[in-house]
Design a protein around this ligand. Structure first.
Ligand code: DGJ
Length: 722
């Protein structure tokens, strides 16, 4: 049992493999946070509670004078009752914004209750603690699901209006955790289009630091992930706490160090441009947060997230099964294709082992460029006079399935859909809308828009043999409003996201056999909620092997390799102009759900033979990508080196991929220190022709030799000697 309530000290203990999370019912009735860290027994934790200095002489009314909420750690902290820091919840009941939420009851269930309208982790044993604010007839249900074999807890809350009138919610975060006084650093994943999720580490000091998105999507600019680590924490040693919101819209993650030096970390839906009117009897669910603790550095934290997402989040039908090796025509043709050209590309790759041809943007409506057609989800019969029939036939004859691109949330002004329903595009009456890539965003808060999209997509998906959908989303949201919301315009952003989940729920349940690849101009919406629907996401439009090392390194902090779609594209690279070898492009693209993004007819016979061999190598290592343990052997943002290692769960084999971006003449030797092997077993290293013990490789290191030139890559295969 991972959840236990100890009557004698009124304490809840939530325990996973290497983790305990504990809080108790304070004598005031509030919930007091006691501990989050390495696994403990069931000891009483009362002695760890600091008797406070009463932050400027304000204290909690129900207790003795030396208890101020400014220094007590609360499980549900709120402003206005002697806690002057950021809180988890803020409401407005006819102007009153202050109240106490006291323990009412709790229950522990074996099954995890479903969250309405929001993707969450699957799971079992769940604690629900009910808090009540009698004065304003508000109840809050705090849900905690424990993953005993992992070091993870999932947390979310539901606010219920039990009164007669409406209450405005100004903030409803998913979690708040106070961590003991220590020198913490935060790690976030900021970025931009083409340079997503660049790991960024900084000291946590006094004051508030916010990492957030206001883009309407979880965004390339900041991922909904934050870790708190000790100053000395590295990949293998030290405390690491990870928080990842299972949410695809505007979010905020904050740290605040208060007067006692305790660091509060909290977050959820961004309360900037947010408000929710909760009518009598209504409830509001927050997104879930996945919280992971590792006593053994960032590496173990990442591996816990990877296991958690593979076992409990990503769609079970696809997650652990071999993914198709994809050939996508986007960079090969852009909009300039016809049936013959597509069939040539398919035939060109025949026999290489590619098993999915994906037709990207440009097959529908009047879509011959960026300016028209979005929203018209019917085949452009001028461009493809036989529809998909011959293309699908050709794909099947050449051993490939067929996948199709959609951008279901968008509309071009030059489209039949917009001409018929201009009001379906997000807009503010009288204000010229901002265009992004010459397109507008459809108002997914409107049921009729969602209905149209589900039906028009379903028509295409049912009429053709389609096994894969690339779900794109190529701009941020502006003019964030929908007329029907009237005074409650600040509900727009969250309602958009709920609308998106509704459409995804309907499409995935109607077509359970279709693998959805998420995409948003590459990786502008790479978050756990999208992974709930799509087992893989196009990691970045930047397919340059070198640029990808930093992107994939950062992404791996919480997302498993198998969630990252990584393709080999042409050289010079279309985004960076960089020339890299096919070997290097392949090695980096093999660290994920792999594929090709090029025109196969332009490949030489040698290149095609190379690709055939690469795909068979990938098949050999794919199980590691899908199920293995990832070890980041160094930080490519700090050193002229990228090195990642994937080890089988049973430690029977491993693959190490190393890239030396710049070849600098006569430099020091490059030695890497592999991890995760069985120290007592012997391994052969295929490429070196040697056999050594795990202990020796891990301690004495592996001297890497690179081919001559820049962006050179070496891959080592390690096999246990039986
Ligand atoms: C952006 C995606 O990231 C690309 O891969 C491609 O699908 C284009 N959109 C198509 O418009």
């Amino acid at each position: 049992m991972g959840i236990r309530f100890e009557q004698s000290n009124q304490t809840f203990y939530l325990s996973g493999k290497n983790m305990t999370y504990a809080f108790c019912i304070h004598k005031s009735g509030l919930l007091q946070q006691l501990y989050f860290g390495n696994r403990l027994g069931d000891d009483d934790l009362g002695h760890t509670v600091y008797k406070t200095i009463r932050g400027h002489a304000t204290n909690l009314p129900y207790t003795d004078r030396n208890e101020s909420l400014d220094e007590i750690s609360c499980e549900f902290p709120m402003f206005g009752r002697s806690d002057f820091r950021e809180g988890i919840f803020a409401f407005n009941a006819n102007g009153v914004r202050v109240g106490d939420f006291k323990y009412d009851s709790h229950s522990i269930t074996e099954d995890k209750p479903k969250a309405e309208g929001l993707p969450t982790l699957r799971g079992g044993e769940t604690l629900c603690v009910v808090l009540k604010n009698e004065l304003h007839s508000l109840a809050v249900k705090l849900y905690y699901t424990v993953y005993e074999e992992l070091s993870a807890v999932a947390r979310r809350m539901v606010v219920v209006n039990e009164g007669e009138g409406s209450v405005i919610i100004d903030r409803a975060y998913s979690f708040s955790v106070d961590l003991p006084r220590k020198d913490y650093q935060s790690i976030t994943l900021p970025g931009a289009h083409l340079r997503e999720r660049q790991m960024c580490r900084r000291d946590v000091t006094r004051g508030v630091f916010t990492a957030d998105s206001k883009y309407g999507v979880s965004s390339a600019q900041m991922n909904p992930f934050m870790a708190l680590v000790g100053k000395n924490t590295d990949e293998c040693y030290g405390d690491a706490y990870g928080f990842n919101l299972i949410y695809s819209g505007n979010f905020a993650l904050k740290t605040e160090m208060g007067q006692s030096g305790v660091v509060r970390v909290l977050g959820g839906i961004n309360d900037f441009d947010f408000e929710w009117c909760l009518g009598a009897g209504e409830s509001f669910s927050t997104p879930e947060v996945a919280m992971v603790y590792s006593p053994n550095g960032l590496g173990e934290m990442s591996r816990s997230f990877h296991d958690l997402y593979r076992d409990y989040l990503m769609p079970e039908a696809f997650t652990k099964k071999p993914r198709p090796v994809v050939l996508n025509n986007w960079e090969g043709t852009y909009f300039d294709f016809n049936e013959e050209k597509l069939c040539d590309i398919i035939r060109g790759a025949s026999g290489t082992g590619i098993d999915m041809f994906v037709l990207d943007d440009g097959w529908f409506g009047e879509r011959n460029g960026e300016t028209a057609g979005l929203g018209d989800w019917f085949i452009n019969m001028n461009k493809l006079p036989h529809g998909f029939d011959n293309i699908i036939k050709c794909a099947h004859e050449n051993g490939m399935k067929f996948g199709l691109w959609f951008e279901p949330e968008m509309v071009n002004a030059d489209s039949e859909l917009y001409r018929a329903h201009p009001e379906w595009a997000i807009h503010v009456k009288g204000l010229q809308g901002c265009e992004g890539r010459v397109q507008f965003v459809l108002d997914y808060t409107l049921p009729q828009v969602r209905e149209y999209i589900v039906e028009s997509m379903s028509k295409v998906l049912s009429a053709n043999e389609i096994d894969y959908v690339k779900w794109d989303m190529n701009r941020a949201i502006t003019e964030n409003y929908s007329e029907w919301l009237q005074d409650h315009g600040k509900e727009f952003n969250h309602r958009y996201v709920l609308g998106l989940y509704d459409v995804l729920d309907r499409i995935t349940s109607r077509f359970p056999h279709i693998l959805i690849e998420g995409c948003s101009s590459g990786g502008c919406r790479f978050d756990p909620a999208m992974l709930y629907y799509s087992p893989q996401i196009w990691t970045s439009d930047n397919s340059d092997a070198y640029a990808r090392t930093a992107i994939q390194h950062g992404t791996s902090l919480c997302y498993p390799l198998s969630s990252m779609s990584c393709h080999v594209s042409a050289s010079p690279n279309h985004q960076t102009g960089r020339i890299t070898s096919l070997e290097s492009r392949t090695a980096i693209a093999h660290l994920g759900a792999t594929g090709y993004e090029l025109d196969s007819t332009k490949l030489s016979a040698e290149e095609l033979a190379h690709i055939k061999k690469d795909i068979s190598d990938y098949r050999e290592m794919q199980e590691l990508v899908l199920l293995g343990d990832l070890y980041r052997l160094n930080d490519p943002l700090e050193e002229n080196l990228f090195a990642q290692m994937v080890v089988a769960k049973d430690k029977s084999r491993a693959v190490i991929t190393v890239m030396k971006p710049l070849h600098i003449g006569n430099t020091c030797p490059t030695v890497i220190y592999p991890c995760g092997l069985d120290e007592n077993a012997s391994y052969t290293i295929r490429e070196c022709g040697i056999t050594v013990s795990g202990r020796t490789i891990q301690n004495a290191g592996l001297l890497v030799s690179f081919p001559y030139g820049d962006f050179a890559t070496t891959v080592y295969h390690l096999d246990i000697v039986k």
